[in-house]
Design a protein. Structure first.
Length: 307
């Protein structure tokens, strides 16, 4: 188990409802159908955009995101991509539905259906992992073949990652890079893959089912990728993910070398990202990436017998 001081569920610095420009608030209330009487910020995640559950005077609820298209251009672009992709997901996909999106006074706003749910517990528990894992399997089934025009291929998207090892300091950098360079035949596939499947993007409902949020940057690749990436957090929290893999309907049939290739690939991404400066609007982002780097490094080393 890897200890962490990251305050799970309280990692984001977000605007409150009262801080949105009046034209944006009016547009949201018009769409909601009544004045907003309660706003609960979603303080998990690592982006500074507005993200709150809003409740109207008539009881209507929606999860609303907003970002300034000039001052928060990268966040606004991500929200715009999320709206586009949510709108194109099939109805059976385990994701909250997009209600509407709108450009208002140099802001981009989207509203997503409210879901009565919670995030997985941290540290991860076996029952929460089982629910999230079932969701990932269902997602792979529903999103194969991938909806057209939504994303590039994983082979294209991950192409820069093996070269990150040119500048990373690791006693086995050459060996890990060699593994990572074998990624094209491993990650290729026809499934829409979320790629950012972690606790702050997962909603667990009272009936035991789960949904996946934040569909800004999916890719098209192997059906089992999300099921593997989901295990980084649970592995770091001490769960036996190797036993999970052995019993998994998708992962149990994946060659062990292919799993190692993906771990080597994402290890380079997390290692390079953790070395970047800390953004003032996301004080825990690099710490979270460093934690995932250490978890994957240990996991890959254990699987390869490097200890």
């Amino acid at each position: 188990m890897f200890p962490t001081v990251i305050p799970h569920g309280r990692t984001a610095r977000r605007l409150d409802w009262a801080h949105l420009p009046p034209p944006v608030r009016r547009a949201v209330e018009r769409r909601l159908g009544s004045p907003v009487v309660a706003a609960v910020s979603q303080d998990a995640g690592f982006t500074p955009g507005f993200a709150s559950t809003l409740t109207g005077a008539d009881g209507a609820q929606a999860f609303v995101k907003a970002a300034a298209t000039r001052a928060q251009r990268a966040v606004a672009d991500a929200y715009r991509e999320e709206a586009r992709k949510l709108a194109a997901l099939p109805a059976a996909a385990p994701a909250p539905r997009l209600l509407w999106s709108e450009d208002v006074a140099d802001w981009f706003v989207l509203a997503i259906e409210y879901v009565d749910a919670r995030a997985p517990h941290r540290p991860w528990r076996a029952d929460d992992l089982a629910a999230a894992s079932s969701m990932a399997v269902e997602m792979a089934r529903t999103l194969t073949p991938a909806p057209t025009g939504l994303a590039d291929s994983a082979v294209e998207d991950f192409a820069p990652w093996p070269t990150l090892w040119e500048r990373l300091d690791h006693p086995r950098a050459r060996e890990i890079r060699s593994l990572a360079e074998g990624y094209p035949e491993v990650v290729a596939g026809g499934t829409l893959v979320h790629t950012d499947i972690r606790d702050d993007n997962i909603l667990l409902r009272p009936d035991g089912s789960a949904l996946l949020c934040d569909w800004s940057w999916p890719t098209v690749g192997a059906a089992w990728l999300d099921s593997l990436l989901l295990l980084i957090g649970p592995r770091g929290d001490g769960l036996d993910v190797e036993a999970h893999i052995a019993a998994h309907p998708l992962l149990s049939t994946v060659p062990a070398e292919h799993v190692d290739v993906v771990l080597a690939l994402v290890l380079g991404y997390f290692a390079a990202s953790a070395d970047l400066p800390v953004p003032p609007t996301s004080p825990y982002l690099r710490a979270a990436q460093a934690w995932q780097r250490d978890v994957v490094d240990d996991w890959l080393g254990e699987r390869r017998g490097w200890r």
